[in-house]
Design a protein around this ligand. Structure first.
Ligand code: CTP
Ligand code: MG
Length: 225
């Protein structure tokens, strides 16, 4: 197998609240998770998706993703990092050359993003889509500004992030807890990670209102005129 993709869906969506985790909420009538899987496949480069979800949701995830090139879902862990590790271990026997790691909470990945990440892996061990920070950054403390932080060179990291599979697996097997994304493991070990252009539309559903905003942004494309 050349390119595998982990679809990370083992979170509980505590910042969004509600009874249902955000990856299962409907967006234009289909679960967010289904949109995220289809988005990964759009560029035609991903051979198989490995979903990672809560133990009790495995059958449900398999049914939501039915008909796509998807392996049976495996159980994640208490942190995103532990969940990625579980997904990588499940993929290990298949020996993919490259692995993408994508948040199931990001239903909109523009065409070309996966292709750009995969292409960048020819020259680097990792590659991530990222957006330059546009707003002026303020370091705040107790409701007051302490200082302005120079934003030059600062980026917001998105997913899907891509890596050479054997390297990411080895780093996860030895890493301490606490990384908030996978690129951070490569950075800490001194490996090159390329930045490719991200997109404003590649939103991670996180807070109340995010899903409604994403849906409103997608709606015009789906209404026949
Ligand atoms: N994730 C995971 N395993 C975890 C935690 C998170 O697979 N133990 C996944 C989530 O399902 C999500 C992605 O990682 O698709 C990004 O994480 P985040 O946006 O933080 O989602 P949640 O952890 O679900 O949300 P919150 O932090 O608000 O609880
Ligand atoms: Mg989280």
């Amino acid at each position: 197998m050349r390119v595998a993709a982990l679809l990370m869906a083992a979170g509980r969506g505590e910042r969004l609240g509600g009874t249902e985790a955000k990856q299962f909420l409907p967006l234009l009538g289909r679960p967010v998770l289904r949109h995220a899987a289809e988005a990964l496949l759009r560029d035609g480069l991903v051979d198989a998706i490995q979903p990672v979800c809560a133990e009790g949701e495995r059958a449900r995830v398999d049914s939501i993703l039915a008909g796509l090139p998807v392996l049976p879902a495996v159980a994640g862990g208490a942190t995103r990092q532990a969940s990625v590790r579980a997904g990588l271990e499940a993929l290990a026997p298949r020996e993919p050359a490259l692995v993408l790691v994508h948040d199931a909470a990001r239903p909109v990945v523009p065409a070309g993003t996966v292709a750009a990440v995969v292409a960048a892996l020819e020259r680097a061990e990792g590659a991530i889509p990222a957006q330059p920070v546009a707003d002026t950054l303020k370091l705040g403390e107790e409701g007051r500004i302490r200082r302005t932080v120079p934003r030059e060179g600062l980026h917001r990291a998105q997913t899907p992030q891509g890596f050479r599979f054997p390297l990411l697996l080895a780093l996860h097997r030895t890493a301490a807890e606490g990384a908030t994304d996978d690129a951070a493991l490569l950075e800490a070990a001194g490996h090159a990670v390329r930045l490719v252009p991200g997109s404003e539309s590649n939103v991670k559903i996180t807070y109340p209102g995010d899903l409604e905003r994403v849906e409103a942004g997608l709606l015009p494309r789906f209404i026949p005129r």
